[in-house]
Design a protein around this ligand. Structure first.
Ligand SMILES: O=P(O)(O)OC[C@H]1O[C@](O)(COP(=O)(O)O)[C@@H](O)[C@@H]1O
Length: 377
């Protein structure tokens, strides 16, 4: 790609992609830099911080440290087969799952970088039995799933990292403890996930909408690519592991039959809305991050309900369901356990599981109507 030096106001010269310059050279003084270099994740978070009264910069620094850990993990995910990071460590984690080398590596990177940040009073990870006290008087709690979609690691299918950040109430007065983490999701101050897919996309919310950033591998920087994501009110795809059908409750089986168009009941999700058109298409990757990302962008519904084998579903409340629910709600979507709002659930354990249903408002409302019996057929 050729570059040229061009004026960009204030008399400074700046390198620009030549083909862009040619198009507008007739009005060099009016070239707007924004066209050339997107907003970086760092700048976006800084803008958010400036909007927050009494901000000290610690929050921004914490998010920048998380972004650093993500870029390190990304570099190894993209070359896992060459870096000897495929396969298992031989250990079993607190979930009873065999730990994969990439799980362990990603966990170590996040623990190391968060420790170095100095901003974490407490850290909780899917790969750690207990929450870790880090810096006694630090403000924040970070809870994460270092590598989500483990069953897809060795087959090069989309995997991800998920995290949530909470602010401790009295960091200067109290020692960090588990109670700092066992708080409802509505108290989250930031949540995000990263999808290591065809490109690396970081979806983040600090409570001012949900935004997506794409990593430019040539520069090693995340740039704003999906500003202010809005989940469509309804979609045309459903995402669930139908292999569990026989274990679902009759209500959820009814919902599945309906959404596949096996029964022709016409459903109008809310007063005055258009009827929902079935059958929906089926999409299921088996990585929460990949299935949730598609649902966030295109709409529709993702569900990992409870079943006769896993009474509370499979996914973990604190570092899978809560961060996803925060991001979806900030994008105008919905997240429920089938009855209650995920972000209202009061946690009792670090690794507790919860049924998770998230997606478009119309689609999730109908799921809830089937589960609550408001709608049988
Ligand atoms: O294979 P199943 O039972 O459909 O479960 C898939 C679900 O389990 C998970 O892999 C659990 O997450 P981890 O890989 O982090 O343990 C989710 O990403 C995914 O949605």
């Amino acid at each position: 790609m050729s570059v040229a030096l061009a004026a960009c106001g204030e008399g400074r010269l700046r390198r620009q992609p030549a083909d862009f310059i040619m198009a507008e050279s007739s009005s060099i003084p009016s070239i707007r830099p924004a066209h050339v270099v997107g907003t970086t994740l760092r700048e976006h978070v800084l803008q958010d911080m400036h909007a927050a009264p009494g901000a000290t910069g610690e929050f921004t620094s914490l998010l920048n440290h998380i972004s650093l850990a993500i870029r390190i993990i990304n570099s190894r995910v993209r070359a896992a087969g060459l870096a000897g990071l495929l396969g298992y460590t031989g250990e079993t984690n607190v979930q009873g799952e065999a730990v994969q080398k990439l799980d362990a590596f990603s966990n170590e990177v996040l623990l190391n970088v968060l420790d170095r940040s100095g901003h974490c009073g407490l850290i909780g990870s899917e790969e750690l039995d207990d929450a870790q006290i880090n810096n006694n008087h630090a403000k924040y709690v970070v809870l994460f799933d270092p590598l989500d979609g483990s069953s897809n690691i060795d087959t090069n299918v989309g995997i991800g990292t998920i995290f949530a950040v909470l602010r401790r109430s009295e960091p200067k007065l109290t020692r960090p403890n588990l109670a700092d983490a066992l708080r409802p999701g509505r108290e989250i101050v930031a949540a995000g996930y990263v999808l290591y897919g065809p490109s690396t996309v970081f979806v983040l919310s600090t409570g001012q909408g949900t935004h997506g950033f794409t990593l430019d591998p040539a520069i090693g920087e995340f740039f704003l690519s999906h500003p202010d994501i809005r989940v469509p009110a309804r979609g045309s795809c459903f995402s669930v592991n139908e292999g569990n059908f026989s274990r679902w409750s009759p209500e959820i089986q009814n919902w599945a039959r309906w959404i596949k168009g096996e029964d022709s009941t016409v459903i109008v999700p809310s007063e005055g809305a258009e009827p929902l058109k079935t059958p929906y298409g089926a999409r299921y990757v088996g990585s929460l991050v990949a299935d949730a990302h598609r649902t966030l962008i295109k709409g529709g519904i993702f569900a990992y309900p409870a079943d006769s084998k896993s009474k509370n579903g499979k996914l973990r409340l604190l570092y899978e369901a809560n961060p996803m629910a925060f991001l979806f709600e900030q994008a105008g979507g919905m997240a429920t356990n089938g009855k209650d709002r995920i972000l209202e659930i009061m946690p009792t354990e670090l690794h507790q599981r919860v049924p998770l249903v998230l997606g478009s408002r119309d689609d999730v409302s109908v799921f809830r109507q089937f589960v609550t019996g408001e709608r049988v057929k």
